[in-house]
Design a binder for this molecule. Structure first.
Ligand code: ATP
Ligand code: MG
Length: 233
């Protein structure tokens, strides 16, 4: 067996169960394995359990049953970057994401590198409220990179963006997941079926369970018969 074939998958979820209080179970016997680095997409109707799953993987919720095996360091990126950008300037916000045991020079270097990686070089002192929506979302992704995350959990990251910014964010994540040196793994939730063209695999979530990985094109075709062009809203 080659070393890469022997490597543990970046994420493996088995038999996951979770309910929010008295309602029906949000997740039941939920199973998912991401086989390797790349851009993996999940599509599903409102309330099918996608956001709950990401919160469980990120460790913000505790499952009632089942197992999550994640050798990677996860980081969540939300639909609305205003919900996760906390400090006034780009640099100060990224400082928050860094591990504590770094020298001042290392901190500055990591902040500069994270900004450059998302196409915002030199914006350390820029007030966050002056950024466009797309730039804010890229800054939220920079926060995940600064934290040394290797599994990005993206919950409809383009839902609030205009078409150009949607494409920029999608291409940025695609590039981070396909770079030759240490490619990342991303689990990307979307209702925008056109985004499926850039994924390495796509699956459909229904009533707290996830179907098998398919190509983005195949899943898009299978959803095309649904009302509203398969957007599953
Ligand atoms: N904080 C919460 N408190 C109570 N119930 C919740 C909470 N968050 C989600 N739920 C319930 O859990 C179920 C799954 O919701 P979830 O948000 O995970 O779905 P989703 O697939 O992300 O939907 P959407 O596409 O609308 O974002 C729904 O029935 C929802 O009402
Ligand atoms: Mg959701």
């Amino acid at each position: 067996m080659t070393p890469s074939a022997a490597a543990a998958p970046p994420l493996s979820v088995e038999g996951l169960r979770f309910g929010w209080g008295k309602g029906p179970q949000a997740l039941q016997d939920c199973r998912l394995e991401i086989p390797g680095p790349g851009l993996w997409m999940l599509v599903g109707s409102n309330g099918s359990g996608k956001s709950t799953l990401l919160r469980l993987i990120a460790g913000l919720l505790t499952p009632e049953a089942g197992r999550i095996s994640c050798p990677c360091k996860p980081a969540l990126v939300f639909q609305n970057p205003d919900h996760q950008l906390l400090l006034p300037s780009c640099g100060s916000d990224l400082q928050l994401a860094l591990p504590e045991d770094l020298s001042a020079a290392e901190r500055a270097e990591r902040v500069a590198r994270a900004l450059a990686q998302v196409g915002l070089p030199g914006l350390e002192r820029r007030p966050i409220h002056t950024l466009s929506g797309g730039q804010k979302q890229r800054l939220a992704i920079a926060g995940a990179l600064a934290s040394a995350a290797t599994l990005l959990l993206l919950d409809e990251p383009t839902a609030l963006l205009d078409p150009d910014s949607q494409r920029e964010v999608l291409e940025l994540i695609h590039q981070l997941c396909h770079r030759s040196d240490a490619p990342l793994t991303a689990l990307w939730i979307t209702h925008r079926l056109e985004e499926l063209r850039r994924c390495d695999g796509a699956a459909r979530m229904e009533s707290g369970r996830i179907g098998p990985w398919q190509s983005g094109a195949a899943l898009r075709r299978s959803l095309a018969h649904l009302p509203a062009g398969g957007a599953e809203r």
